[in-house]
Design a protein around this ligand. Structure first.
Ligand code: FES
Length: 561
């Protein structure tokens, strides 16, 4: 193998000054022949305790096989992950977004320390994909990602189920519209096995958009976790990785500004998660690409929502396989001039070249993807709002089903837990804007997702009657009139901290405004009485996070001064 392919690992295997490193490599089973080969770090986010990740160590073994078969050394290492479906309220959920940056840090750390020539990240749950993409961008050594795949749907009494069904069952329980037996039936059958949450929630949003960005092999986001194609993809990575090394194609050659535009175009077209905004701002910063909230709004303005996928639509990610997968959708978007076809991908070819032989999407035989000319919504569902409640920006998810303007009366919840309490006491009424605060990057910390509140609101039949705004986040599974990422956050004294019960609030996704109808003078009076809360943590990983994290409008990155 030429010098170029092992240009990092040769420091350990070829330089006489590193006998200890070489001895250790013999100790892990490498041979004399292996010492000439490129070394590829395989970062698995696998762990047993989460269905999104439970199979990833197994997939990593297939990746390793493909690497070895192509004349390289594959060495599996592990990084952390947490389950967004199990983090449950602030106490757990505060760790979720920080886990993204820990994943980025740990991959960067191991690949840097161990002198790997390339890296493959095997990823599943929400924070895995952005964390690994950030690491690839920082390291800029040849690399790619493999998505663990979407979960299959569960079933109970003839109804298809997924993770959101479990949360919504709780809302029905509060409303008294589900029996104890059926409640238990839904919980026991919602999740049939391995795979990431099955709608166009955050994991599938990030997976399909990273494929559009060119960082995975085609169809990585389409194959369900249990599909045979997933194993074949893992093995095929070996040949692709070898080519990346031979041509010295590095992540930043792929992660260009146009590639970010492609990623966000797919997010908009498919009705993806608000979390994509946060993550792609952070990934762009890691790749040192200029990409801002304004760019995301511009993409939203020119991209129709065409996918009838959950959470706001009918279909699941597993259904996308039958209509030709994400490549078929990308080909359609390319034909309609919405994607840049000249962006390089990990196949060594451009997007247009990858899609050349992909069969065309048929509009006669499927109802998941709508024609651009008759979309579900003519522009993107993700809107960046500004106003005196969000001078630094906020992100709204408006699919059009809920209308595009909401004017209501504030009902203030100091924490997520109060929403559940107020709903269970019947205190949340039609016309309310639930203001859920102290959930920001520092104040949460970690911008907990309002998954339980939104599902409980839906389950209680209030989904189309109220709105919610927060300085935290909303899960990719959220639907309804919701605005998150309110910046500046309450902990830093943003005006969201000054809202009182009964204040009038306007959310206007046509003019992109989030306005609190309270005069500047009154806000100044209220501010005199406001005191910054004590930091929720001062030590440990969350204490460190609070000190380092930037605002949501800056992607909540933690590695910038
Ligand atoms: Fe992992 Fe939803 S909990 S993707």
């Amino acid at each position: 193998m030429s010098e170029q392919l092992n240009k990092f690992s040769r420091t350990l295997t070829q330089e006489v000054t590193n006998p200890a490193a070489k001895a250790m490599l013999y100790g892990v089973g490498l041979t004399q022949e292996d010492m000439q080969k490129a070394q590829i770090g395989i970062a698995s986010t696998g762990y047993e305790g989460n269905t999104c990740n439970m199979h990833l160590n197994g997939l990593s073994v297939h990746v390793k096989k493909g690497i070895q078969e192509n004349g390289m050394v594959g060495l599996i290492f592990h990084t952390i992950g947490v389950s967004d479906g199990m983090t449950n309220g602030n106490a757990g959920m505060s760790y979720s977004l920080p886990s993204r940056d820990l994943i980025a840090d740990s991959i960067e750390n191991v690949v840097g320390a161990q002198w790997y020539d390339g890296v493959i990240a095997v990823v599943g749950c929400d924070k895995n994909m952005p964390g690994a993409m950030m690491a690839l961008a920082r390291l800029n050594r040849p690399g790619m990602l493999v998505y663990g795949g979407t979960i299959r749907t569960g079933e109970y009494k003839g109804q298809k189920l997924d993770i959101i069904s479990a949360f919504e069952a709780l809302g029905k329980k509060f409303a008294g519209t589900i029996s104890d037996e059926d409640y238990e039936g839904v919980i026991q059958n919602a999740i049939p096995g391995a795979g990431a949450c099955g709608g166009m929630y955050t994991a599938n949003t990030m997976a399909s958009s990273m494929e559009a960005m060119g960082l995975t092999l085609p169809n990585s986001s389409t194959y369900p976790a249990t599909h045979e194609g997933k194993k074949a993809e893992c093995i095929a990575i070996g040949a692709a990785m070898k080519q990346l090394l031979e041509k010295n194609i590095c992540p930043r050659d792929i992660m260009t500004r146009k590639a970010f535009e492609n990623a966000l175009t797919v997010v908009m077209a498919l009705g993806g998660s608000t979390n994509a905004v946060l993550h792609y701002l952070a990934i762009a910063r890691a790749a040192e690409v200029e990409f801002t909230l304004k760019d995301i709004q511009d993409i939203s303005d020119r991209t129709p929502l065409i996918a009838d996928l959950k959470p706001s639509g009918k279909y699941y990610m597993e259904d996308v396989l039958a209509i030709g997968g994400v490549p078929a959708i990308m080909k359609y978007l390319l034909q309609k001039g919405l994607l840049h076809g000249d962006c390089l991908t990990v196949t060594g070819k451009t997007i247009a070249e990858n899609l050349a032989d992909v069969p065309e999407l048929s509009f006669d035989s499927q109802k998941i993807i709508f024609p651009i000319e008759t979309p579900l919504k003519p522009t993107g569902h993700l809107q960046i709002l500004y106003g005196n409640l969000a001078t630094g920006g906020a992100v709204a998810k408006i699919t059009g089903k809920e209308g595009e303007r909401f004017e209501g009366i504030a009902k203030v919840c100091e924490r997520e837990e109060e929403v559940i309490e107020f709903i269970s006491k019947g205190e949340v009424k039609a016309g309310h804007v639930l203001v859920i605060r102290n959930e920001g990057p520092k104040g949460g910390p970690g911008m907990p997702e309002m998954l339980k509140p939104t599902s409980a609101v839906m389950g209680a039949g209030l989904g189309d009657k109220i709105a919610m705004i927060t300085d935290g986040r909303f899960s990719g599974g959220t639907h309804g009139f919701v605005v998150g990422h309110v910046t500046p956050e309450a902990y830093l004294g943003g005006n969201i901290a000054l809202v009182q019960d009964g204040d009038k609030i306007t959310i206007d996704a046509v003019n992109n405004v989030l306005q609190l109808h309270v005069s500047d003078e009154e806000l100044a009076e209220r501010r005199k009485l406001w005191k910054q809360p004590e930091p929720p943590f001062t030590r440990g990983t969350l204490g460190k996070y609070i000190r380092n994290v930037k605002s949501a409008s800056e992607g909540c990155v933690t590695d910038e001064a």
